[in-house]
Write a protein that binds this ligand. Structure first.
Ligand SMILES: Nc1nc2c(ncn2[C@@H]2O[C@H](COP(=O)(O)OP(=O)(O)O)[C@@H](O)[C@H]2O)c(=O)[nH]1
Ligand SMILES: [Mg+2]
Length: 370
C-alpha cells in the first residue's frame, strides 16, 4: 500500500506527464508511493495519455473531472481520492523540484509536523530565472496572506508541499477551495497552530506547455481572501456578483449621461445603454463570478439570452417594488435601495441556477488533436 500519494493537478500538460512520472520515480526510490493526476478534462488529451501510461504503471492514477475548473478544488479532490497517510502536492509542469520530496517526507515524520512546504525563500531555495513582475506579484500576495493566516511561512504562495492526512482531515471542511492558493487555504482554515516545516528548492523554468497564470487567476486570489474575511457572513460569489452589478449600474449611468449630452432622448439612451451593460455584466460574471463553471461556445450564447431575460424580470421587480414603497410613503433612497437589493438577489439566484448551472450539462469538449 502506498505510504505517500503525490497529487498532480493538470490542465493541458500532456508533454510533461512522462518526464514528471520518470523524475518522481527516480526521486522516490525506496518509498511506497502512488501518483494521482487530477485533470480538468484538458483539451490536449492529458487524461487519455495518463490513462494509457497507467495501464503499464500501477503507481499512476488519474481523476478526470468533467465541466470543472480550478486548481485548489482539483488538489483537494485528488487528496480525498487516495488512502495514503502522507500527501504531497506538486505542479505538473516540472517547475517544482521533485528531488526534495524524500527530504520533505523525512522531516514531516521525524518532527511530527502537520505540513512541510517546499519554499523558494529559505536556505537552499530560490526563485530561479523568474521575471521581475512575477517576483513582485508573489511578494504582494505574500503580504496580503498575513491577513488570513497566522502561521509564519516564508512562501505562502507555494503550490509545492507535503502534509499529514490527519491535518487535512482537521481542516478539509473549512476550506474555501477557490483559486490557485491551496496551501494558504489549508493554513488559513486551521483552527489551531499549524506545525509547519520548510525545505528549500529552486523554482525551475517551464520547458513544455504554457502557464495558466493570468490576471484573472490573480483575481481568484482576492476571492480566497474575501472568503476568509467575510465568507462566514455572505457568500463570496454573491458579493462578487454584487460588485459586478454595481459596476454595471455606474457604467450605465455614465453612458446614459453621455448619450443625453449628445441629444439622445432619455428612454432611447436608457434602452441602448442598459442592453450594452447587461451584456458586459454577463461576460464579467462569466469570467469572474462563476469562473469555475464558466460557459464557452454555444453555451455562451444561450446563457447570454437567458441572462437578458432574467435581468429584464429583475428590472421589472426592481421598479415595481421601488414604486409601491414610494407610494406607501417610504423615502426615495430607501425605496430605491430595497428595489435594487431585492432585484439583485433575484438576479443572482435565478442566473446562478438557470444560466450557470443548468447548461453545464450541455458543454462539450472539442475533439482531441490527432
Ligand atoms: N486540474 C487543474 N489543474 C490546473 C488548473 N490550472 C492550472 N493547473 C495546473 O496547476 C499547475 C500550476 O499551473 P501553472 O500554469 O504552471 O502556474 P504557474 O506555475 O503559477 O505559472 C500546472 O500543473 C497546471 O497544469 C485547473 O484549473 N485545474
Ligand atoms: Mg508552472
Amino acid at each position: 500500500m502506498a505510504e505517500l500519494a503525490v497529487i498532480v493537478p493538470t490542465f493541458n500538460e500532456k508533454a510533461n506527464v512522462l518526464p514528471l512520472i520518470e523524475a518522481v520515480d527516480r526521486a522516490l526510490a525506496g518509498i511506497e508511493y502512488e501518483i494521482v493526476f487530477v485533470d480538468d478534462d484538458s483539451l490536449d488529451g492529458t487524461s487519455e495519455h495518463v490513462r494509457a501510461v497507467a495501464q503499464a504503471n500501477p503507481r499512476v492514477r488519474i481523476l478526470q473531472r468533467i465541466n470543472r475548473k480550478g486548481l485548489a478544488s482539483a488538489v483537494i479532490e485528488g487528496m480525498m481520492s487516495t488512502s495514503a497517510p502522507y500527501l504531497a502536492v506538486i505542479d505538473g509542469d516540472m517547475q517544482h523540484d521533485e528531488r526534495v520530496l524524500p527530504q520533505m517526507l523525512a522531516k514531516l515524520k521525524q518532527q511530527q509536523l502537520d505540513i512541510v512546504v517546499g519554499s523558494r525563500h529559505v536556505e537552499g531555495g530560490g526563485m530561479g530565472d523568474f521575471s521581475k513582475s512575477r517576483v513582485l506579484l508573489s511578494n504582494a500576495g505574500k503580504a496580503l496572506s498575513r491577513s488570513i493566516s497566522k502561521t509564519p511561512v516564508s512562501d505562502p504562495m507555494s503550490g509545492f508541499f507535503l502534509l499529514d492526512r490527519r491535518f487535512l482531515d482537521d481542516v478539509v471542511r473549512e476550506l474555501s477551495s477557490t483559486g490557485f492558493k491551496i496551501l494558504l487555504d489549508l493554513l488559513a482554515s486551521a483552527r489551531r497552530p499549524v506545525k509547519l516545516g520548510e525545505v528549500g528548492y529552486t523554482f525551475r523554468l517551464r520547458e513544455r506547455g504554457e502557464s495558466k497564470l493570468n490576471i484573472i487567476v490573480s483575481l481568484e486570489y482576492l476571492r480566497l481572501l474575501l472568503d476568509k474575511w467575510v465568507g462566514a457572513y455572505v457568500p463570496v460569489t454573491y458579493l462578487i456578483f454584487g460588485v459586478v452589478g454595481a459596476f454595471g449600474v455606474l457604467v450605465n449611468l455614465a453612458i446614459i449621461f453621455l448619450l443625453l449630452r449628445f441629444g439622445i432622448e432619455f428612454s432611447q439612451a436608457f434602452i441602448w445603454s442598459s442592453s450594452l451593460v447587461i451584456a458586459v455584466n454577463f461576460f464579467l460574471n462569466n469570467a469572474l463570478t462563476f469562473r469555475s463553471r464558466r460557459l464557452q461556445g454555444a453555451g455562451l450564447i444561450v446563457g447570454l439570452v437567458l441572462f437578458y431575460l432574467a435581468c429584464l424580470i429583475g428590472l421589472v421587480v426592481n421598479l415595481g417594488i421601488a414604486n409601491s414603497l414610494r407610494e406607501k410613503g417610504f423615502p426615495l433612497w430607501l425605496s430605491g435601495l430595497t428595489g435594487v437589493t431585492l432585484s439583485s438577489v433575484w438576479n443572482y439566484w435565478v442566473t446562478s441556477i438557470l444560466v450557470w448551472r443548468a447548461h453545464r450539462r450541455g458543454l462539450r469538449r472539442p475533439a482531441l488533436p490527432a
